[in-house]
Unconditional design. Structure first.
Length: 149
């Protein structure tokens, strides 16, 4: 089956003062993934507005959307729906460094029986292995982040 519609995704790249990037580990419908925080863009909202909404929903955090970092320029079919071709948009973001966000140091840090679970962790960019990210577009972004060091 060939894709016949677009699924627009929007993600934030938050790098702290220690040169660490925020990652999220998620379990959705019994599928574990590691990715950058963000998600689906909704009709009627701008990309930055959608990114802000996603961070409020996931982290209860207000962010400032900065420069555009990356948009995939290759066809990527969604792992979850073969009808969808993904357009993934990544922005640099900033937020209050003193914000109280739920953090862990352990990947996939949620109960084994949990579904629709999510956790967040900082990862030093110098230690960021693109293969630790689940999705191909996120891996490209990880390579680009590492190339900036």
């Amino acid at each position: 089956m060939r894709p016949n519609r677009y699924n627009v995704r929007v993600y934030g790249i938050w790098i702290n003062d220690h040169q660490e990037v925020l990652l999220t580990d998620e379990r959705r419908n019994r599928y574990d993934m590691t990715k950058f925080p963000g998600g689906g863009h909704e009709f009627g909202e701008g990309l930055a507005e959608g990114l802000k909404r996603e961070w409020r929903e996931e982290l209860d955090l207000e962010i400032e959307v900065g420069e555009l970092f990356y948009i995939n320029d290759f066809a990527q079919v969604s792992r979850f729906n073969p009808r969808d071709q993904l357009l993934s948009v990544y922005y640099r973001i900033t937020a209050d460094p003193a914000a109280e966000i739920p953090l862990t140091a352990v990947p996939l840090d949620f109960p084994a029986e949990a579904d629709n679970a999510q956790s967040f962790r900082w990862c030093a960019i110098r230690e960021l292995d693109p293969e630790m990210l689940t999705f191909p577009v996120d891996r490209v972004v990880a390579h680009r982040l590492k190339a900036e060091l």
